[in-house]
Design a protein around this ligand. Structure first.
Ligand code: DLZ
Length: 153
């Protein structure tokens, strides 16, 4: 049976990096993320905008390595266009964010939508498929608490 996640955000400091590209969607992800920050009592948070999802990993790297944050939440929306450009962006964003997590030991969560169209993206940013921004904050809290408990024993 799966254990209950510890989602008590008190004592945690969380950075939220959000891509401006497809801002109509990413602002909805950000609203979901800020809702989760409030609901779970995260003590401190800051929001950092970057141009697009491709830039999320380097922002996450500096935020993770700065020593101020217990977790970094990365938000973006990669939506399929006529070429395969979106595929490169989505792949590099995912790989880069995971690499920063493993290199820094600071959990960087993946709140980046990868969708075929706007309808799918709207559904997952506060529509009938939930809000991936909200979920990315919950994952960040759970992982930050786990890592803290592993470090303190
Ligand atoms: C250029 C581009 C394209 C075509 N599509 C997206 C997208 O769907 N989602 C996203 O977040 N960003 C996109 N970008 C911008 C890139 O992420 C990046 O900002 C630029 O290529 C500059 O490096």
């Amino acid at each position: 049976m799966a254990g209950e996640p510890n989602l008590d955000g008190s004592g945690l400091s969380i950075a939220v990096a959000v891509a401006r590209f497809n801002e109509a969607i990413t602002s909805r992800l950000l609203n979901g993320a800020l809702d989760a920050v409030r609901r779970h009592g995260v003590s401190e948070h800051d929001v950092y905008w970057v141009p697009g999802s491709f830039e999320l990993p380097v922002a996450a790297k500096h935020l993770a390595e700065g020593g101020r944050f217990d977790a970094v939440v990365c938000l973006g929306a990669v939506i399929r266009h006529e070429t395969d450009h979106y595929l490169h962006i989505a792949t590099q964003a995912a790989a880069g964010i995971q690499r920063v997590t493993l290199d820094s030991g600071v959990p960087c969560t993946f709140g980046v939508l990868t969708c075929d169209n706007d309808e799918q993206a709207l559904a997952r940013s506060g529509g009938n498929r939930g809000n991936k921004g909200f979920e990315a904050v919950e994952s960040a809290i759970e992982m930050a608490k786990l890592i803290r408990s592993l470090r303190t024993g």
